[in-house]
Design a binder for this molecule. Structure first.
Ligand SMILES: NCc1[nH]cc(CCC(=O)O)c1CC(=O)O
Length: 309
């Protein structure tokens, strides 16, 4: 009998693209799949910034419940959207090969130049991108840009902003590359933890043979090592996807390189660290401790106390 996998996913075009992509991997390994698509709280509430909705798990809660009650076998999430603390009865069994992890700038004006001195309106709802922008390009004016990629492109087209910041991975998957006017180098505009990879989550109770089959079909070992280091860092910092934290790991031979930093919301304060190691979890912890020793917790505490108002 063929193994049939129910994949839970958010119903945005990007999430559906990723879910089908995971499904294709399963098919290549002799399984079949169907998608169970839901509208998450994070997708429904678009009039408030993520840091105000309560950040943790707004995109993942519903799918996690469906994993628990067996409605779906696996859930696919953008690894970036996963909170650093996950429930103990669920686990991440695979991280797909990472797409290029960098951020890009999109504009309808192909000659749009971020370096120009005249003030332009830039769309972004990511606290990390907003903080980096304010530090590097203080002349520009930032506006919130929530919603799925199609909604955001509409906002760009109707003039809500002159340009907007996004992850290359999503722009590429949604075939919006024609609007890219700048690719930010990873070392100057470092991505969020997990950016570019798709994580597969299951219940710890899922049959072990099935877990292994799915992992074999979907997991990329190098990506996994890197993202485990990034997530270990985020866990140690007790950060989520709504704080201005960046973390990016890559491999050179046997060595894992991890570069990470924390900014204040206005980009005025910026702490950075970079280390090399061979054990993902330890490397993440070491970089986090270094950031903490340089004052990261104070910056994050200040942000949390303001977002709870
Ligand atoms: N937070 C939204 C989100 N989650 C994953 C992606 C893009 C795909 C990825 O980074 O893996 C995006 C859009 C963006 O940040 O531009």
């Amino acid at each position: 009998m063929q193994t049939h996998i129910k994949i839970g996913t958010r119903n945005s075009a990007l999430a559906l693209w990723q879910a089908h992509w995971v499904g294709k991997r399963l098919e290549e390994f002799g399984m079949s799949y169907e998608l169970i698509a839901i509208l998450s709280k994070g997708d429904q509430i678009l009039d408030r910034s993520l840091s105000k909705i309560g950040s943790k798990g707004v995109f993942t809660e519903e799918l996690e419940e469906m994993l628990r009650n067996g409605e779906i076998h696996i859930a696919q999430h953008s690894a970036k959207d996963l909170p650093s603390h996950l429930p103990n009865d669920l686990e991440l069994i695979a991280f797909t090969a990472r797409e290029k992890a960098h951020d890009v700038l999109l504009s309808l004006d192909p000659d749009f130049d971020l370096e120009q001195s005249s003030s332009k309106t830039i769309g972004s709802s990511s606290t990390r991108r907003r903080a980096i922008m304010q530090a590097k390009y203080p002349q520009h004016n930032l506006v919130e840009m929530r919603g799925n990629l199609q909604t955001r492109l509409e906002k760009l087209k109707n003039g809500t902003c002159d340009a907007m910041l996004l992850a290359y991975a999503g722009v590429h998957r949604m075939e919006m590359e024609q609007y890219i006017v700048k690719h930010f180098p990873i070392d100057q505009f470092t991505p969020a933890v997990g950016q570019g990879s798709v994580a597969i989550q299951t219940s710890v109770n899922l049959e072990i043979v099935l877990k292994e089959k799915i992992r074999l079909a979907c997991n990329d070992l190098e990506t996994e090592e890197c993202i485990l280091a990034e997530r270990s860092l985020l866990f140690e910092l007790e950060g989520g996807c709504s704080v201005p934290v960046y973390g990016h790991a890559w491999k050179e031979g046997k060595e894992i390189h991890l570069k990470a930093g924390v900014l204040s919301l206005d980009g005025g304060q910026h702490i950075e660290s970079a280390m090399i190691g061979q054990n993902s979890i330890e490397l993440g912890q070491k970089v986090a401790k270094d950031l903490i020793s340089k004052g990261a917790k104070e910056i994050l505490r200040e942000i949390k106390s303001n977002s709870n108002e």
